[in-house]
Ligand binder design. Sequence first.
Ligand code: C5P
Length: 226
Amino acid sequence: MAEVILALDLPTGGDAFRLLDRMLSLRWAKVGSVLMTREGPSFVRALVDRGLNVFLDLKWHDIPNTVAGAVAAARDGGVAMATVHTLGGSAMMQAAAREAGPGLGLVGVTVLTSHDPPGYASATGREAVDLQAEVVRQCGNAMAAGLRGIVCSPLEVAAVRSVVADDAWVVVPGIRRARDASGDQSRTAGPAEAVAAGATHLVVGRPITAAADPAAALLEFQELAR
Ligand code: C5P
């Protein structure tokens, strides 16, 4: 069984609230940098006050002291899950994990799915990189530093599962039913398939937000993730 997290990739907070008013079965919502930059922490607080678990996806990557400060602000704002880049390094992840406390689960972003092997090799100054091996290597670093889990593509779930603890969170975007358009996602999986591989949280955006009946689409994803 996995939780379904609705990605609130909408232009404004007003659009998000109009959608959320119809989403009675929703437990988790993801706020990314677009909506956070536009609406600010009061928007997150309003979601928390509605009883939602908020996944704040700002992908922090900075010096340890700065990331720890951001984590503390998220924790104090009632955020339930947030992302850090594992390439920020062990000291950064440890500082973040120390600050998070029990109520905030930090999950690591390893290799962005927008990277291809030559682009990643160039960005990191390496010769040739096996991206799956690189994801697994960074998962090991994230677990050793005390993160709660990992964000990964559907195609990486099994490899990630082989290196993380049984109770680690494995958070997976790129989820589509057979009839859904893939949009700009090139690596997708169905909800049941991702859960069978070991996903604990499924991030779903457009298949729900752009559906004719978003509440019914959410219920269907929740049913398929059971
Ligand atoms: O609309 P869709 O279901 O494709 O939305 C997926 C969500 O997951 C978006 O908010 C996107 O930014 C996020 N995401 C992703 N791929 C990653 C990391 C995050 O699609 N590798």
